[in-house]
Write a protein that binds this ligand. Structure first.
Ligand code: ATP
Ligand code: MG
Length: 430
């Protein structure tokens, strides 16, 4: 027997015979007839088992089957306005492949229970839709980057540098030494531009974020790029192109999933270049006008980012952050030396930061001075400083939080629902 995906029930001619297999998603029986909704990776379909259409013992098996059992069904495709999608399969053959115990997740469940049973909850329609969106987001990125001559590379996860500062590092024993889990591949990507010029990687990044916010995970997927011969302006153009390509790909491939997750998808069609640009100076002025107490040098928090983008329909770059709130490797802006040639990209409608990027410092003396100012010991960075000693070159790069973007695209409240097995301060199980 060959099995077709459930979605093909809705493409095949009415009346034709089909074999499908999947899991029991819903189930009820009334008198001589059993209704089940079957789910597979392509969708759901109603299946009816009626006395006389299939052997009695198969009808009994269908009547007593539990939710989430895996089954095979053969039958005829029939139009039925009451069925989801307007069609059903009238079974002539029904077989249980893997029976199921009473499923621990029922209709109304606490968030905690759903997280405890995450390995089962990821079968839900919403979770499935989010994972499909995420796959399209990544495929859209990879295809676009390839077209733009970027090479995908594979940086390490064990590292001895503290890229984003010490407080959010996970430290672990590495034989007789201490190492950290990587927070960013940036420095390794920088090393790779000297031969490959345009590189990117997709890796997990680890941040021991103690704050419980709806946008921080302790393990998240990080899409990072580094480009030789590109200044911060060019860097922002690459970000616009990339984000647009990712959103476009989802709109092409996953419209149905988006409709289910967020209802209105029209705002996503506004995500195209140019995005808005605003200097940090202007941002804090606006925030002050709205009553925020913002002094120069303070980084933007969640509330500030929300206030800045609440009315926006396109993403907004905030550029030229003060040097004191950004990392030592960011290049000073030639025209405004109090600031860095950098930009954070904020998603519209209050969603907050999805990308952080900058032009990188290329001059070793300036870099050493910044490190000293910030009290960073150079030891673990000797190899990184070498990149400024041997053929230093203007370059820029950025990091995009994949779950941040997926959360925005899907319109979901909490970032943990943008990853199948979320890791947060309070959870590393299942
Ligand atoms: P935030 O201020 O929101 O904590 P950040 O300034 O620490 O972000 P970067 O270090 O610039 O962020 O990291 C690059 C990108 O990685 C961010 O723009 C964001 O999309 C993503 N990111 C950072 N921290 C997390 C996290 N804990 N969970 C999920 N994504 C994250
Ligand atoms: Mg952070």
């Amino acid at each position: 027997m060959t099995f077709e995906p459930i979605s093909s029930v809705f493409d095949a001619p009415s009346g034709s015979e089909i074999s499908v297999r999947g899991w029991i998603h819903r189930h009820r029986s009334s008198g001589a007839i059993v209704f089940a909704v079957l789910r597979d990776s392509s969708g759901i379909v109603q299946v009816t088992m009626k006395k006389g259409n299939l052997p009695d013992e198969q009808l009994e098996a269908a009547r007593s089957v539990s939710l989430e059992a895996s089954v095979e069904v053969r039958g005829h495709i029939c139009e039925d306005r009451r069925a989801p999608g307007g069609r059903e399969v009238r079974a002539t053959c029904f077989r249980v492949v893997g029976p199921a115990e009473a499923f621990p997740i029922t209709e109304y469940q606490s968030e905690e229970l759903l997280l405890d049973y995450r390995h089962l909850w990821i079968r839900s329609r919403e979770q499935t839709a989010v994972m499909k969106v995420k796959a399209s987001v990544l495929a859209g990125a990879r295809d676009w980057l390839r077209e733009q001559d970027f090479i995908e590379v594979t940086p390490p996860i064990f590292t001895q540098n503290a890229c984003e500062g010490g407080t959010t590092l996970f430290k672990l024993k590495y034989f007789d030494r201490d190492v950290f889990l990587s927070q960013s591949a940036q420095m390794y990507l920088e090393a790779l531009i000297f031969s490959l010029e345009r590189v990117y990687s997709v890796t997990p990044s680890f941040r021991a974020e103690k704050s419980r916010t709806p946008r921080h995970l302790t393990e998240y997927w990080h899409l990072e790029l580094e480009e030789a011969w590109v200044d911060n302006r060019g860097n922002m153009e690459i970000q616009e192109g990339l984000v647009t390509a990712m959103v476009e790909r989802v709109l092409q491939e996953r419209k149905e999933e988006l409709l289910m997750l967020r209802g209105d998808i029209t705002p996503l069609y506004d995500i195209k270049p140019p995005f808005k640009r605003m200097r940090y100076q202007e941002a804090i002025q606006r925030l002050r006008d709205q009553g925020f107490d913002m002094e120069w040098g303070r980084d933007l928090g969640t509330a500030e980012e929300r206030a800045l983008t609440a009315e926006e329909t396109v993403p907004v770059f905030i550029t030229n952050f003060p040097k004191e709130c950004k990392a030592f490797y960011m290049k000073e802006d030639d025209e405004d030396p109090r600031t860095c040639a950098c930009a954070d990209l904020l998603a519209p409608a209050g969603h907050g930061e999805i990308i952080g990027g900058s032009e990188r410092e290329t001059d070793i003396a300036r870099m050493l001075a910044r490190m000293e100012e910030q009290g960073i010991c150079t030891g673990p960075y000797e190899w990184y400083l070498d990149l400024r000693r041997y053929g230093s070159v203007p370059h820029s790069g950025f990091g995009l939080g994949v779950e941040r973007l997926v959360r925005f695209i899907c319109g979901i409240d909490h970032i943990r629902d943008a990853i199948p097995f979320p890791r947060t301060v309070s959870r590393a199980y299942p």
